[in-house]
Design a binder for this molecule. Structure first.
Ligand SMILES: NC(=O)c1ccc[n+]([C@@H]2O[C@H](COP(=O)([O-])OP(=O)(O)OC[C@H]3O[C@@H](n4cnc5c(N)ncnc54)[C@H](OP(=O)(O)O)[C@@H]3O)[C@@H](O)[C@H]2O)c1
Length: 271
């Protein structure tokens, strides 16, 4: 049994990862703002498998809740740290997945969008940092652990109408790369996942075509393989990996000509 801390567990990719790992017998901390949704998810998951040597475990412990839930806003750094320390009290943590994220259209000339821009950066980038912070010392001491950041193919080029989202996910990728090199000698791995288009509430109303759209449960299995392998950066599905490579090679003049016609994510107030 491994112990895994997952933000954004109440929906989409995070929920699919929670189900995947619970089926492997792992013990989870599930984070999101919607407590009732987290509780329903937790109640529906298989209970963690006991490790060898747990036979003598006390009745009180065997009756403890199988998975832990923490209803909080990931923009609240102290609340994240409190949740992490609470989960760490019951044992070391093997994998931390900073999956919480929001995607919303923004336009720089719309002054009201500045608050949205801040919310996107706070949720997608700053909260990734705050999610990892409390685990690093213990992982370094054990010489073991995986920190998982969630970037996006939207980070590869700046998408028109999604400046905040593209910038936040490019920042997540660069940040995770810095952290990977910093922690490499300690044995702690940093894995960056870059989803293409995955079927979740986030993409349910996208007004554009989504090539190679992948169900979230399939994504979760492939993501878990990358995490277990300590892969530094993995685009899923693999076809979008080739799209991403191509996008990087396309000269600006050609990218601009094609991207300007792309349908855009609608603007709205970030939650
Ligand atoms: N779906 C895709 O195609 C795709 C592509 C590239 C990258 N991604 C990334 O993958 C991650 C998961 O996305 P998804 O598609 O699974 O989206 P989703 O279904 O909308 O789920 C987003 C999750 O983030 C949580 N969250 C958002 N803001 C939060 C906040 N302030 N505090 C706490 N939790 C918060 C939500 O929980 P509550 O609402 O309960 O708070 C929810 O569990 C995101 O980082 C996203 O950017 C997704």
């Amino acid at each position: 049994m491994r112990r895994i801390f997952i933000t954004g567990a109440s929906s989409g990719i995070g929920a699919a990862l929670a189900l995947y790992y619970a089926r492997q017998g792992d013990q989870l901390a599930l984070l999101g703002r919607r407590e009732a949704v987290l509780r329903a998810l937790s109640d529906s998951l298989p209970v963690p498998a006991r490790n060898e040597g747990d036979e003598g475990i006390s009745q009180a412990v065997t009756q403890a809740p199988a998975h832990s839930i923490y209803a909080l806003d990931v923009r609240d750094r102290q609340a994240l740290h409190d949740a992490a320390h609470d989960f760490l009290r019951d044992g070391p943590v093997d994998i931390v997945i900073a999956c919480a994220g929001i995607s919303v259209g923004t336009l720089t000339e719309e002054l009201d969008d500045f608050q949205v821009f801040e919310a996107v950066m706070a949720t997608n980038l700053n909260a990734t940092v705050a999610t990892f912070e409390p685990f690093i010392a213990a992982m370094k001491q054990r010489g073991h652990g995986v920190l998982v950041g969630v970037s996006s193919v939207a980070a590869v080029r700046g998408l028109p109408g999604a400046g905040a989202y593209s910038a936040s996910k490019a920042a997540v990728r660069a940040y995770c790369e810095s952290l990977r090199v910093e922690l490499g000698p300690s044995g702690v791995k940093v894995v960056t996942l870059a989803p293409g288009f995955i079927q979740t509430p986030m993409t349910a109303h996208n007004p554009y075509k989504m090539p190679f759209l992948m169900p979230a449960d399939i994504f979760a299995g492939k993501a878990a393989q990358a995490i277990d392998g300590g892969i530094s950066y993995r685009v899923i599905p693999w076809q979008m990996g080739w799209v991403a490579r191509l996008l990087r090679l396309v000269p600006d003049w050609l990218y601009d000509r094609v991207a300007v016609r792309r349908k855009r994510k609608p603007r709205s107030s970030a939650r």
